[in-house]
Design a protein around this ligand. Structure first.
Ligand code: UDP
Length: 454
């Protein structure tokens, strides 16, 4: 019988993109795939992307999962973290949905932010399925957070050494994890308690990129018993049918490897002062640039125009010098990174972005701003993909001045050693997907596990 698998993505583009890519990868290996789409989505980007994904992949089935909305009186609560909570609280609606699928579903892949659902689903007599988690972060950060339910984090020591894992610098742990009351932290810990109940953890990383951590996770010598860690990155791109997101023509007119692509993911809202320093730094570097500027966390919120964000003087100079382009719309990042004109990527170190840069072998300057990004940046730097100016601090910790940005952008674009190391990363990423490549083999192993229901 055909192997039928379901996926449950959670909220935010950084979560949705890897789920869709995994769905497309499983479908390309002859699995029937159904995606449970939590409705309503938090951002417009998510609903647009889902529509274009299903148009481009008509053989993948969509099943809307109407979650019970969760309203918070605290305006500081992250809307994406609230949606993670809403999905978990709506878990009782999942068994009838899953049971309605034909042929019967044999496995469910849940985004790590919805992992807690396994607790209830596993006890559901009407379902006979195996569970997998999709980790959307570096193996390095995953290895820390799996231990979170068993640790008391203290800011007073410098390093954290867990048995058989690489040591972690405490200053790289996101401050929010030291606050057990925070909704993000409580949710993460509950999700991580469920990890031990799943068959495997599928991850968007590859053996060559994080060898020690991946081997440690699968060594059986960690402090707690962990399910098999299954690295199958960098995830392959999926087709999408997006109108209005064609690459800027300007890019085609630029010389090879001459443009810095600047994008800090979907959810980074920088202060206006910092945005101005960034713009001045880019201009001072004299490098060509394509800058995707996002000023709000959720794209449904009224956005400020470019002129108001950058100021008319800076915007005027950018236009006058024709050194670069600033856009506020959603762009096809993976296509941009593989464009011949791109010579560097100035990023926030979101893990999808790191893997996309690795795939294209583009030297990266990571300004780790939030969450897992310092751990990701450490992994990225260690693999030789690029630079991480750690002293720039977390988002908002201090104003990073234009001269500092200019210096690092120049290094990013002009350091030949950096460029050849990044190219080597790209070659290794390609090898991971060749016949008998590490990721190709692990994906084959996952398909076998699904078929045999082991
Ligand atoms: N992305 C994109 N276009 C944009 C902004 C982001 O395609 O205009 C994609 C990017 O390629 C990546 C994802 O959105 O796949 C962002 O995920 P990441 O983990 O890098 O960062 P997050 O947004 O979760 O902080």
């Amino acid at each position: 019988m055909e192997t039928h698998v379901a996926l449950l993505p959670s909220a935010g583009m950084g979560h949705l993109m890897p789920s869709l890519r995994l769905a497309a990868m499983l479908a390309s290996r002859n699995c029937k795939v159904t995606i449970l789409t939590a409705q309503p989505t938090v951002s417009a980007a998510e609903s647009n992307h889902l529509n274009s994904f299903f148009s481009a992949h008509p053989h993948i089935q969509r099943l809307d999962f109407h979650v019970i909305p969760l309203h918070s009186s605290n305006p500081h609560d992250d809307p994406f973290a609230l949606q993670f909570e809403a999905i978990v609280r709506s878990v009782h609606l999942l068994p009838p949905l899953l049971s309605s699928l034909s042929p019967p579903v044999s496995a469910l892949f849940l985004d790590i932010a919805a992992a807690e659902c396994v607790d209830q689903l596993a006890d559901e007599p009407s379902l006979s399925i195996s569970y997998y988690i999709l980790s959307i972060t570096s193996a390095r950060f995953y290895s820390l957070i799996t231990h979170l339910p068993h640790l008391t984090l203290e800011g007073s020591c410098n390093n954290l050494q867990l048995p058989s894992l690489p040591s972690f610098s405490v200053s790289n742990i996101p401050p929010v994890l030291f606050n057990p009351e925070n909704i993000f932290t409580t949710r993460l810990i509950s999700n991580l308690r469920a990890v031990s109940k799943v068959k495997g953890v599928v991850a968007n990383t590859f053996h060559w990129f994080e060898p020690e951590t991946i081997e440690a996770l699968n060594s059986g010598r960690t402090m707690i018993t962990l399910p098999q860690f299954l690295p199958i990155g960098p995830f392959k791109y999926h087709k999408s049918v997006c109108e209005n997101t064609s690459l800027p023509k300007w890019l085609d007119e630029q010389p090879a490897k001459s443009v810095v692509y600047v994008c800090f993911g979907n959810r980074t809202a920088m202060s206006k002062d910092q945005i101005k320093e960034l713009g001045e730094g880019l201009l001072k570097s004299k490098q060509r640039f394509l800058w995707v500027l996002k000023s709000v966390k959720v794209d449904r919120v009224e956005e400020t125009g470019l002129e108001e964000l950058l100021g008319s003087s800076l915007l005027g100079r950018i236009k006058e010098k024709r050194q670069g382009m600033v856009v506020k719309e959603w762009v096809q990042q993976e296509e941009i990174l593989s464009h011949p004109a791109i010579g560097g990527f100035f990023s926030h170190g979101g893990w999808n972005s790191v893997m996309e840069a690795a795939k294209s072998g583009v030297p990266t300057l990571d300004w780790a701003l939030n969450g897992d990004q310092r751990f990701n940046a450490e992994a990225m730097e260690k693999a030789g993909l690029g630079l991480w100016p750690k002293h720039w601090g977390w988002l908002g910790e201090r104003l990073v001045k234009s001269e500092e940005i200019e210096e690092k952008i120049t290094q990013l674009m002009e350091d030949h050693k950096l460029r050849s190391m990044a190219q080597k990363v790209g070659e290794e990423a390609t090898k991971a997907w060749e016949i008998d490549g590490t990721s190709e083999k692990v994906l084959g192993q996952i398909i076998e596990m699904l078929k045999l229901k082991v």
